[in-house]
Design a protein around this ligand. Sequence first.
Ligand code: ACO
Length: 423
Amino acid sequence: MTSRKAKLIIDGKEIDLPIIEGTMGPPSIDIRTLSQEGLYTFDPGYISTASCSSAITFVDGLNSQLLYRGYPIEQLAEKCDFLDVSYLLFNGELPDAKEKEVFQSTINGHSLIHDQLTSVFKGFRRDAHPMAVMIGVVGSMSAFYFDDMDVSNRKHRRLSAERLLAKLPTIGAWSYTYNLGLPFVYPQNDLGYAGNFLNMMFSSPNKKYQNNPVLTRAFEKILILHADHEQNASTSTVRLVGSSGANPYACIASGIASLWGPAHGGANEATLKMLAEIKNESRIGEYINRAKDKDDEFRLMGFGHRVYRNKDPRSEIMKVTCHEVLDELNLSNEPLFKLALALEKIALEDEYFIERKLFPNVDFYSGIVMKALGIPNSMFTAVFAIARTAGWVSHWNEMMGDKNNKIGRPRQIYTGKTQRNIS
Ligand code: ACO
């Protein structure tokens, strides 16, 4: 809170509104008392509304800055692994060597899923989308751990967060191998978080997965870059669901559901679908023109961002990783990847995109990297969900520990019929 105040004058009446400042970022006008005046504010899509205060992640979209607990994403992607970052998001500090060892072993200890949960997988059609399976299986976890689900108990919250972090890669990988009709591959404690997921995806009883350090590190970076992004749609969903006191598994399942939409986490999958539709470089112009046409609903998938009106720092990191992976696998000349690189170049040089500051977002490149790693399109958003679980559990825990937490209950402007009677 500062001494600065905003003044609202309505029908001649003056209302002073306090201004709240965080440690960084723009100030917010505190409108909490407005409802006492019989007034609400209108802000669909929360374009100008801070829904909470949070000490986890800071995004400055104009200056391309993304900090997790104060650390720049560039340093975290370079120097840390995903478990360091998950620990940091939840606890506020990076782990020292001993803390890391304990955390790693805790996550290893929780990475198996309850054997009866395999029956939940088997209830799905074999061609079910992995995100549909993940929503169902993660939600079902609430039926398995009800003894440790007191959301006001800090220890229970930590345990739930660890379980979710540890089990999401197993659930995600199994959602895919279930599609293939392959047996579920169990997690291996010695492989690390990223390597373990790739092993569960790609090994089978008759074939070992060959770990390639360049590819595993690239995958680790995808996880780190997607771990959190303050109050995005899925995190806000987790907070809203959690604000009613709902259990953590229900909250994270709702986050996965929100993430699935193509305007959010579905964008990496939508990017690859779009590239498959464009098919060859000669048709790029046609699609660029469609993206610019206001009468056409088509948008260039993997471009633009609600918060970044300048380059997304994650996409800069992912771009470098993308080129490293394509070089490592000698894929730069494969038609799909050539097409993606040509599209990137054309859009970056096009006035429409330059004027509106529409840059390729992290999902444009992460989709290409995942495709190169052999991860099928249907798993792209699932990978995002695995990574974002680190952010979701941290935000949920922060909110549940906040004494001022209130159930989320927005207002509306009613535009329906006024009261009438049945004749
Ligand atoms: N292709 C073509 N035009 C676009 C695109 C795009 N991908 N994105 C924005 N625009 C245009 C809009 O039509 C609008 O033009 P106008 O000013 O002439 O009306 C202008 O750029 C501003 O766009 P908004 O719609 O106001 O941006 P908003 O913040 O609402 O949307 C969003 C952001 C949803 C990400 C949008 O850019 C989009 O749909 N992108 C494609 C989907 C995508 O890649 N999503 C991933 C987001 S990143 C993530 O979730 C990790």
